[in-house]
Design a binder for this molecule. Structure first.
Ligand code: CP
Ligand code: NVA
Length: 304
């Protein structure tokens, strides 16, 4: 049977995602109670990082260890990937030795090509276009704090980037409406906007997008690989900050989310991380639980 991959949220059905998020919460409870779980005993995850990471690396590596397996960190600097060995050749070799592969890279096409040639599940741990693992954690976090997100309104304030694209996919899969507020020239991918036109509304004013929303969410103004655009982006995005004033326009029980790392004073005001609606630390911790659920689903094919 062909391996199941997780390159975007569209690789799962809505009902699989629903079960996965519930399973993640169960794993969180069990882990906090100190229960030992060895569902992935002797299994190995390869982790290929072509970009930096704190949360993704720690959560996948700790997650595999906590389930009785192990994870190996591979960087292009120390492997033949960095010396031009074709993606497909690398995929055939690596996937002949391990049980799953996680990749963080630039072009989304790289994970697609790797997956095409891989015998084992491939997980997208962030590309220039999508960051689906973060959405699993965000959806788990919302559900743990507020129940089902179906019918809710989420306001994305900022860049139409990889995180925004994954929120657009999530809007369709989890059944919420997404308001996107971004400056001209920084819109999400037009093809994705067309695909999700019934679920996504574009605004030019952060206040309009935020009004009565159940979640306000943002991300850095310059993503990894865009460091040289930092100054220009600071100018373009300066009105697109989540702060207390913007939170006041949202629903009174609105949550504030951010995938982190955050740039205080840019996309969020200095006090947002401590705002009563902020759930950013739960989002970060839930990367661990959501990805443990994902690894079990992809490697074992079940969620028990
Ligand atoms: N949110 C997230 O993916 O963080 P890292 O870049 O630290 O992995
Ligand atoms: N949009 C950010 C997310 C980091 C987790 C980036 O790609 O750098």
């Amino acid at each position: 049977m062909a391996a199941r991959h997780f390159l975007t949220l569209d690789d799962m059905t809505a009902s699989e995602l629903d079960s996965l998020v519930n399973h993640a919460s169960k794993l969180r409870t069990e882990w906090r109670e100190g229960k030992v779980r060895d569902s992935l005993k002797n299994r190995v995850l390869s982790m290929i990082f072509e970009k930096s990471s704190t949360r993704t690396r720690v959560s996948f590596e700790a997650g595999m260890a906590q389930l009785g397996g192990s994870a190996m960190f591979l960087s292009p600097r120390d492997t033949q990937l960095g010396r031009g060995e074709p993606i497909e050749d690398s995929a055939i070799v690596i996937s002949s030795m391990v049980d799953a592969v996680m990749i963080r890279t630039f072009a989304h096409e790289t994970v697609e090509r790797f997956a095409q040639a891989s015998r084992v599940p491939v997980i997208n741990a962030l590309t220039d276009d999508f960051h689906p693992c973060q959405l699993l954690a965000d959806m788990q976090t919302y559900r743990e704090h507020r129940g089902s997100i179906k019918g809710a309104t989420v306001a994305w304030i900022g860049d139409g980037n990889n995180m925004c694209h994954s929120y657009m996919n999530a809007a369709a899969q989890f059944g919420f409406h997404l308001n996107v507020a971004c400056p001209e020239g920084y819109e999400p991918d037009p093809a994705l906007m067309d695909k999700h036109s019934s679920r996504v509304t574009l605004y030019r004013e952060p206040a309009e997008a935020a009004r009565n929303a159940n979640v306000l969410v943002t991300d850095v103004w310059a993503s990894m690989g865009q460091e040289e655009e930092q100054k220009a982006r600071e100018q373009a995005f300066k009105r697109f900050q989540i702060n207390r004033e913007l939170m006041q326009l949202a629903d009174k029980d609105a949550l504030f989310m951010h995938c982190l790392p955050a740039h205080r004073g840019e996309e969020i005001s200095h006090d947002m991380m401590e705002h009563p609606g902020s759930v950013v630390w739960d989002e970060a911790e839930n990367r661990l639980h959501a990805q443990k659920a994902l690894l079990e689903f992809l490697i074992l094919g079940t969620l028990d």
